[in-house]
Design a protein around this ligand. Structure first.
Ligand code: THU
Length: 150
C-alpha cells in the first residue's frame, strides 16, 4: 500500500485523468462522485463518471460507463490499467473508493476477453493507494464463461 507519491508516473497520470472526469459525474441522489480512467494499449485514455437516475437501480457506476465506452469506441484495443477515484459531496479531497461487485464482474469479463491483465489503481483507505496486478485478484471464486461450458 502506498501514498500517491509512491505510485509510478503512469498510475498518477491515470488518477489525474479520473479526477478530471469527476465534473461529469451526475450524482444528485448519493452526492458521491466517481471517476474512472482507462489506459489503453494504444495510449488512448478513456474516462467515465457515474450517472444516477431517480429510479435508483438504473444508476450506472463510473467503471462500467468507461468500459462500455471503450468497447464501443475502441473494440479491438486492450485495456492496460484502470484508475478509480471518488469525491464525497463538495469536499475537495479524494476519498477511498473500490469497485463494487457488479463492476468487478464486468471488469473481469473484459480482462478474460482480451487475455491481458488489467491493473487496478484505487484508494482503499484515506490516502492509501494500491495497484493490483489484475482484476481476477479482486474477485476470487468468480463466475466466468468457463462455468457455462461444463
Ligand atoms: N459507484 C461507482 O460509480 N463505482 C463504484 O464502484 C461504486 C459506486 C457510484 C454508484 C452511485 O452513483 C454512487 O457511486 C453511490 O453508490
Amino acid at each position: 500500500m502506498e501514498g500517491l507519491t509512491g505510485l509510478d508516473e503512469g498510475s498518477k497520470l491515470l488518477i489525474h485523468k479520473a479526477e478530471e472526469t469527476l465534473v461529469h459525474a451526475y450524482a444528485p441522489y448519493s452526492d458521491f462522485f466517481v471517476g474512472a480512467a482507462l489506459m489503453l494499449e494504444s495510449g488512448d485514455i478513456i474516462t467515465g463518471a457515474n450517472q444516477e437516475n431517480s429510479a435508483y437501480p438504473l444508476c450506472m457506476c463510473a467503471e462500467r460507463v468507461a468500459l462500455y465506452a471503450k468497447a464501443s469506441r475502441f473494440p479491438d484495443v486492450r485495456v492496460q490499467k484502470i484508475a478509480v477515484v471518488a469525491r464525497n459531496g463538495n469536499r475537495p479531497a479524494l476519498v477511498a473508493a473500490t469497485p463494487c461487485g457488479a463492476c468487478r464482474q464486468v471488469m473481469l469479463e473484459f480482462e478474460l476477453r482480451q487475455q491481458l491483465p488489467i491493473e487496478v489503481i484505487m484508494m482503499v483507505a484515506k490516502d492509501q493507494w494500491i495497484k493490483l496486478p489484475d482484476v481476477k485478484s479482486l474477485l476470487p471464486y468468480s463466475f466466468t464463461p468457463a462455468n457455462l461450458r461444463v
